[in-house]
Design a protein around this ligand. Sequence first.
Ligand code: E4P
Length: 216
Amino acid sequence: MKFFLDTANLDEIRDAASYGVLDGVTTNPTLVANEGGQRGFKELVREICEIVNGPVSAEVISTDIERMLDEARELAQIHHHVVVKMPLTEDGIRATKKVSEEGIKVNVTLVFSPSQALLAAKAGAAYVSPFVGRLDDISNIGMDIVREIVGIYKNYGYPTEVLVASVRHPVHVVEAAKTGAHIVTMPYKVFKQLVKHPLTDIGLERFLSDWGKTKK
Ligand code: E4P
């Protein structure tokens, strides 16, 4: 399973990348805005691409087909790691089809149902992002949608990779892995939680203390 970090914060990305297990990054307009705009959007995306050796999603903010196409082409020029994020709207699907045919990789985002995911795959998206946390928030089981999408894509051999998004805690990561989804993108906080187990800390403390008592 591939691990992506869901952030536009350069320090978080550098730290996660230092583990050697980071496969990519996803950003969205909210995450970029959270960084306070000291750098321009394109400059920020370029810097992220230089840190991470893998796909970096950057989202279009236009909602009409012509401007979506222009934006997608501009974003794709920033760096070869850039994957253009398109919202799952009617024009988003049209734009996905068009730019995918031009060789631009698209991550279709804001996906909340298997029917939307089918459309994304048919339009040639490289990635589809079902949002599990936001579904859980409204009393739906987000992971059920992921399981259905993975199954449907397998039935037809779609090459679109399932990128589990809107992850809130480590259990989401494990549940996503059980579905066979290709990728999970997680906030930095969740990434840092993955390593934690109190028995590991207690066990290490005991090993080191016992070692201290042995004759060397
Ligand atoms: C990922 O691509 C999305 O931008 C992100 O996971 C959304 O997460 P949220 O629901 O926590 O905002």
